[in-house]
Design a protein around this ligand. Structure first.
Ligand SMILES: Cc1cc2nc3c(=O)[nH]c(=O)nc-3n(C[C@H](O)[C@H](O)[C@H](O)COP(=O)(O)OP(=O)(O)OC[C@H]3O[C@@H](n4cnc5c(N)ncnc54)[C@H](O)[C@@H]3O)c2cc1C
Length: 424
């Protein structure tokens, strides 16, 4: 069915048997090949939605914290906000409020003194990012971990992404980290699948975690908790015109947004149909688009491809920025094809406020294979030069990147004795 929808070709059994040899650990495998979609950079998807919502008339306030929901006679009237960059506080009026703060949803409600039964049961998922290894899969694989839970091993961003775990977590979602047990579990599961990989904990480039905002379901097994979303009306909590979003996924986010808009009386257009194209049709179109962008921006084909893949409809605007000067066409660091013009566009059109916003969430090169402190420094200098930053501002922007990157993507200190020995 997947093949038919995606217009894919049948993968020959030769590919599968080569792959099976890489998994040779004395176990009999049943391997199936199917096609699925992957959102390589969810940050880019969200940035696209942000730009689309602004175009549709939304006002977006990045780095703004909701401090308290204001109410009068049991009805919401607005909110008190704080700009986290300037530390300035201000009030806004609102006739409806949608609390879409994911794993923070209960904390936001609690801070406003609204009493609601607990909505979210946070479940942490951790990931490892490793360099590619001999025999690493060239396609995403979805399989079982040592304990039979589903895990994936995905070639991603010129590295290998391994995930994930399911651990109840009620800590601050902004500070959650993979534990050494989770790292060991993922690493052992990977080694169990690819016994010849000789991967050890020293090889881990970084590990990161996030909290899934699942519905609070204390009696359920974690993997059986629904991934569907629910909208909680706070009318039962004596607050009218306020909704909280519980659960949800990126794949269903557009549907959820329509659901929310409908609930507050907005006009909702039906979802446009999907055009599915096979690779044979799509690739030549993409290649032509890349050539057009390379010409329009006077950039290399590799840079043009990077711009097309990450910025889609904004590609031509970015190419025009690139055309304006050689500094705009410079790569963000010596190892990437992504260029300064993309960062400038992120500041102008995608609500980026700090250089960390740009390098981690708009032009997410800082998740890449090459990235190091010296790449951050190069990027800060190159972007600072075209943005007209002073030396002090450049240094401050560089610090935002390094502080956030170090907090988000940590190289773990775990040592896994059996695997270390195998690697030696
Ligand atoms: C490990 C893991 C794996 C996942 N895998 C998939 C997958 O394969 N497919 C899929 O579709 N989805 C997946 N998801 C789910 C997807 O990432 C989440 O559904 C999605 O991030 C939830 O979006 P959200 O906007 O509700 O919450 P979040 O993305 O968490 O955003 C909430 C936002 O609210 C902000 N906030 C919090 N408090 C305040 C405040 N007081 N004022 C202002 N802002 C505030 C936070 O800063 C944050 O930006 C996964 C999630 C995790 C953690």
């Amino acid at each position: 069915l997947y093949h038919r929808w995606a217009g894919g070709k049948h993968t020959g059994s030769g590919d599968l048997s080569t792959f099976e040899r890489q998994l040779d650990n004395g176990q009999a495998w049943s391997i199936y090949s199917y096609e699925d979609a992957q959102c390589e950079f969810p940050e880019r998807l969200v940035a696209e939605w942000l730009a689309e919502s602004i175009a549709a008339g939304a006002i977006v306030c990045n780095h703004t914290q909701l401090l308290e929901i204001s109410r009068k006679n049991g009805r919401v009237t607005g909110a008190r906000l704080r700009d986290r960059i300037s530390a300035q506080e201000y009030a806004v009026e609102a006739s409806n409020i949608i609390n879409a703060t994911g794993p923070w949803a209960d904390a936001v409600i609690g801070a406003s003194g609204i009493s609601t039964p607990r909505m979210i049961g946070g479940v942490r998922g951790s990931h490892l990012v490793l360099p590619s290894f001999t025999g690493a899969p060239t396609e995403a694989i979805y399989t079982e971990a040592l304990d039979g839970r589903p895990i994936f091993v995905i070639p991603w961003n010129e590295q290998i992404l391994v995930g994930t775990t399911e651990i109840p977590d009620t800590s601050d979602p902004g500070k959650t980290q993979p534990t050494s047990e989770e790292i060991e579990y993922l690493l052992n599961s990977l080694a169990g699948l690819f016994p010849r990989s000789k991967i050890s904990s020293h090889d881990i480039r970084y590990a990161f975690a996030g909290i899934r905002p699942l519905p609070f379901s204390p009696k359920r097994d974690l993997s059986s908790i629904t991934r569907r979303h629910f909208l909680h009306h706070h009318t039962d909590d004596h607050v009218v015109r306020m909704l909280s979003v519980i659960g949800g996924k990126l794949t269903t986010a557009a549907d959820l947004a329509r659901d929310c808009a409908q609930k507050i009386g907005g006009r909702v257009r039906t979802a446009p149909g999907l055009a599915l194209l096979s690779d044979d049709t799509l690739d030549p179109l993409l290649d032509n688009w890349v050539l057009d962008i390379a010409q329009a921006g006077a950039v290399s084909e590799t840079s043009a491809r990077g711009i097309v893949e990450w910025h889609g409809r904004r590609a031509l605007d970015i190419a025009r920025i690139a055309l304006s000067s050689a500094d705009m066409r410079a790569p963000l660091c010596a190892h990437t094809e992504h260029i300064v013009a993309e960062a400038v566009d992120a500041f102008s059109n995608q609500c980026a406020v700090t250089l960390a916003d740009v390098l981690l969430r708009r032009v997410p090169v800082a998740w890449g294979n090459c990235w190091s402190q010296s790449c951050s420094r190069e990027a800060a200098l190159r972007v600072g030069a075209v943005m007209g930053w002073s030396d002090m501002q450049t240094a401050a922007e560089l610090e935002t990147v390094e502080v956030e990157r170090a907090a988000l993507l940590r190289k773990p200190q775990v040592v896994n004795a059996p695997l270390e020995a195998a690697a030696d």
